[in-house]
Design a protein around this ligand. Structure first.
Ligand code: CUA
Length: 320
């Protein structure tokens, strides 16, 4: 019976939506289940004996207390059995931990960069994405860095969680065992938009993955690079996402040009398509016509030259 329960996967028990998983996830679930079962049995045993003794040795039945001398066998039993149980917990947990740290030699490396508030994944051929693409049944080794504060790379379906600490490189690996998608979260509170620091692992079959790797290699884009450098320098991207991910403090810049925009003008709500003038006005005087639903938290960027502003606007026109 115990083996049967252990062989089952926690996802099956909880009936969670099936998606890609890993062998490590199954191992982690088994350890968790084992700990729960042992703890449950111990709780039942201790509580049961306690209740039994309360009744059995109640003063009304047992008016005179007897002094109990030591009992070697009893003491040996209650020392040896818990020792075995605790060693089993250790062994089981240690085996799982070793799986987490021993990266297979044929692993493919992906560099992960965490920042407030998104993830970037860079592949061996220089391709870079905001979502993690991996082939099925292939170990993937993640080398992770943070450019600002402590984040934590968390894929619940893989039972994989590793802190990403500025100034050091952390490592994690996984091997997805089926095609599909699953969520990536940040599991370390890293500021206002921490809860929106979301991404996905997309598991493709190996042919599809190879095709994907070959396709749409990043073409050098000096204009975009220049605009991003200016926006980073003025900390625009700290609040405005470029990926379209939601941040409660600032609208995403993805597709902002010609986006239907609702603002308040002279106490009335006005709806229009964001044009170049509106974008310029929103940068030079951010509080003037706020997009509905946002607070006036932005300051006009200091000393942004008209030339730099032009570069940024041209870039914004094409972030889709
Ligand atoms: Cu990054 Cu929380």
């Amino acid at each position: 019976m115990l083996r049967l329960i252990l062989a089952m996967n926690m996802t099956e028990l909880t009936g969670a939506v099936s998606g890609p998983s890993t062998d490590v996830a199954a191992a982690v679930d088994n350890v968790t289940l084992f700990l729960h079962i042992v703890s449950g049995l111990m709780l039942a045993l201790v509580t049961g004996l306690m209740l039994y003794f309360v009744v059995r040795y109640h003063r009304s039945r047992h008016p005179k207390a007897v002094e109990v001398k030591s009992n070697v066998w009893l003491e040996v039993t209650w020392t040896v059995i818990p020792t075995i149980l605790v060693m089993a917990m250790f062994w089981y947990g240690y085996e799982g931990f070793r799986m987490l740290r021993d990266v297979p030699d044929d692993a493919m490396t992906v560099k992960v960069t965490a920042r407030m508030w998104n993830w970037t994944f860079e592949y061996e051929n220089g391709k870079s994405t905001q979502e993690l693409y991996v082939p099925v049944d292939k170990p993937v080794k993640l080398l992770m860095r943070s450019v600002d504060v402590i984040h934590s790379f968390y894929v619940p379906a893989f039972r994989l969680k590793e802190d990403v600490v500025p100034g050091s490189e952390s490592m994690a690996w996984f091997k997805a065992n089926s095609v599909g998608q699953t969520d990536i979260f940040c599991a370390e509170y890293c500021g206002e938009a921490h809860a929106y620091m979301l991404s996905r692992v997309v598991v493709l079959d190996s042919d599809e993955f190879d095709q994907w790797m070959e396709s749409e290699l990043p073409t050098p884009d000096p204009e975009a690079a220049a605009a991003l450098a200016i926006m980073d320098a003025h900390d625009c991207t700290g609040c405005h996402s470029l990926s379209g991910s939601h941040n409660p403090d600032a609208p995403s810049l993805k597709g902002i040009f010609r986006r239907e925009t609702l603002v308040e003008r002279d106490g009335k709500e006005v709806k229009f398509l964001a044009d170049e003038e509106y974008l310029i006005r929103s940068i030079r005087d951010p509080g003037a016509e706020l997009v509905k639903g946002y607070a006036p938290t932005m300051d006009a960027p200091e000393d942004m030259s008209d030339e730099d502003l032009g570069v940024v606007i041209e870039y914004l026109k094409r972030v889709e």
